[in-house]
Design a binder for this molecule. Structure first.
Ligand code: ATP
Length: 363
């Protein structure tokens, strides 16, 4: 089994040229002239569906990596291939540098139980067991003793905010609470990476927001690596450090929320993000212009990661410009003109150009 030294730079997952083709003689598709056919042509000529087509990406330690796309774009198939719940047709997958496709049964079981735990939309709870026993279930399978697993389960129940409900059965819980039990169960195994398959799509909007915050907290406070499937753009933008946007089995763009919204790779992505409130996603780094004489020392200071919305508030309060300060140094300035330009989308050629465009438009 090929391995490389684990260091901070080793991706948790490293995926290269991954294909999953469903249908007869699926393995003749990757690498052949059939690979270039559209989804409809491929289906017509071979009866096959290419759910994942030549996909490559890395998931870095500690990041929340979101896989987003419309229904049928290949999200679930892709994420299930990571632990071979679905067998890939071609390509390579490594976890911490270790080849997943070459793993035998024992190593795969260990991968799914200890290293990459999945949280499903339909919770998968056992109806006759209490909350505590549901959470302890995975530990029971692992062979942990009763006292130890109940203590560990109680700790996880507290972590997801269900203290006091340990003895309830799933039917006595709301959908959001059931999803918390599913999350606690996945966390109890202390996996290196959590894989979420549209976990919150059945929840009502307020509870959904709570759960998203829970995920962000787990990711930021505990540094837990996550791969999160969603078809909801606002969810992706809220929780993702990076987003891979899928269409017809391919990743059409992979980048930070700011890159996806600010620099869409093609018309499809542009259309996808058209209604996003840009000021809430784009940062002042994108909006700023060079400081002119006297500006570097005057006005309120903003962190480069501040959103344009934050900057608008600061600039509106003072009526002048605000400084963007990185490690004590003024790296640029924002004023009402460049902030308006960003909101209006005049920056589309990139940050520096964007300012020129704003000035050109104003001239
Ligand atoms: N077992 C299968 N056999 C044949 N085709 C399949 C199978 N599983 C998935 N597909 C097809 O592969 C494509 C991708 O499906 P997948 O479930 O990965 O999409 P998705 O983006 O997760 O969709 P959704 O958001 O609706 O869950 C679809 O065209 C689907 O019909």
């Amino acid at each position: 089994m090929p391995t490389v030294d684990k260091n901070d730079e080793t991706p948790v997952f490293s995926v290269r040229n991954l294909w999953k083709v469903f249908g007869p003689k699926a393995d003749r598709v990757p690498g052949s002239e059939l690979a270039g056919l559209s989804a409809a042509e491929l289906r017509e000529r071979t009866g096959c569906t290419a759910a994942v087509r030549d996909v490559s990406f890395d998931v870095r330690p500690g990041e929340c990596f979101v896989v987003m796309g419309l229904s049928g774009s290949g999200k679930s198939t892709l994420v299930r291939c990571l632990t071979r719940l679905i067998e890939p047709t071609a390509g390579t997958i490594a976890i911490d540098g270790e080849d997943v496709c070459g793993m035998g049964k024992g190593a795969l079981r260990d991968l799914r139980r200890h290293r990459a735990a999945m949280v499903f939309q339909h919770f998968g709870l056992l109806p006759h067991r209490t909350v505590l026993d549901n959470v302890a279930y995975g530990l029971e399978i692992q062979g942990m003793g009763k006292g130890e697993r109940r203590a560990k389960a109680a700790e996880m129940v507290e972590k997801v905010g269900l203290t006091g409900m340990e003895e309830r059965r799933p039917a006595q819980l709301s959908g959001g609470q059931q999803q918390r039990v599913g999350l606690a169960r996945a966390l109890a195994a202390d996996p290196e990476v959590l894989l979420f398959d549209e976990p919150f799509s059945a929840l009502d909007p307020l509870i959904r927001r709570d759960m998203q915050e829970e995920v962000v907290r787990l990711n930021r406070d505990e540094g837990r690596t996550m791969v999160f499937i969603t078809h909801d753009l606002s969810e992706a933008l809220r929780i993702g450090d990076r987003i891979a946007l899928m269409r017809d089995g391919r990743i059409v763009q992979c980048g930070t929320p700011e890159e996806i919204v600010g620099s869409p790779a093609d018309d499809y992505v542009r259309d996808f993000v058209r209604d996003v409130p840009r000021e809430q996603v784009l940062t002042v780094r994108r909006a700023m212009r060079p400081a002119r004489a006297g500006e570097a020392d005057a006005g309120p200071a903003l962190d480069p990661a501040s959103t344009v919305a934050d900057a608008i508030e600061a600039v509106a309060r003072t009526g002048g410009s605000a400084r963007v300060v990185d490690q004590g140094r003024c790296v640029g300035v924002v004023d009402s003109k460049c902030l308006l330009g960003i909101v209006a989308g005049l920056d589309r050629d990139g940050p520096a150009d964007g300012v020129r465009t704003v000035e050109k438009a104003a001239a």
